[in-house]
Design a protein around this ligand. Sequence first.
Ligand code: PDD
Length: 284
Amino acid sequence: MTIYLNGAFMPIEEARVSVLDRGFIFGDGVYEVIPVYSRRAFRMPEHLKRLQHSLDGIKLPNPHNESEWAGILNEIIKLNTPEDQYLYLHITRGVAKRDHAFPVPPVPPTVFVLSNPLPVPPAELLQSGIACITVADNRWLRCDIKSIALLPNVLLRQAAVEAGCAEAILIRDDAFLTEGAASNIFVVKNGKLLAPPKDNLMLPGITYDVILELAAANGIPHEVRRISNAEVFGADELLLTSSTREVLAITTLDGKPVGNGKPGPMFAKLHPLYQTFKREVMRK
Ligand code: PDD
């Protein structure tokens, strides 16, 4: 496995980062996850735009312009074997004496890119759907920043795993849906697809965008608005999206069936649309 670290491509075994890296000490950095289909990064400009938003959010200058990023990412894709990969980009504020405030003068950021094989959601999960729990969203108020400080998300996902579930669905202020611990969540009611608004309380998912575009292009009624927790519990269907899990049906919530407990008609429409989109757009 070949990675990129601070200007050089190398086997992962040779990669070294200082223990004083602010990513290690403070979680002071941001990241991106970009899926690659047939060796083509999907929506690279959109991912780089979201990366810029995250960097701006933590006041860290972007170490590379778009064409430099494209050069690094395309080289990493070439140097790794899988046809379908996911790229993990990780940028921290660099190595400095431990002090919460930014280093003065600034130090070079740490820039790390990793490629992993892109997982395919197993057929049995598509058949059965997944089980989720709801948990209180106890994260900070800048969930639009793709921060490497993921301890809240780690604990929330772990709570799901310990309940025998695949994901935690996050409810803010005991009142409304935000997203999943590492995914976006859609609600279906009376044939309409409902999505929470892209605001400071959720990560604006690239897969979320694809699902809403597919809904718009295929005449599927949809609406972006706040979704109450009552609507989550009263949903006909619940869907989960992310770059690494595509679109999945949530068929059990807090141990109770969602709708009739099977993937529903909205999933039956959107999943094939997503697969066609993958074949005809992402792979071309
Ligand atoms: N996470 N919300 C959160 C909190 C996420 O961590 C992710 C993705 C998403 C979905 O975004 P996208 O559709 O762009 O993948 C929403 C990635 C996959 C991760 O952390 O590994």
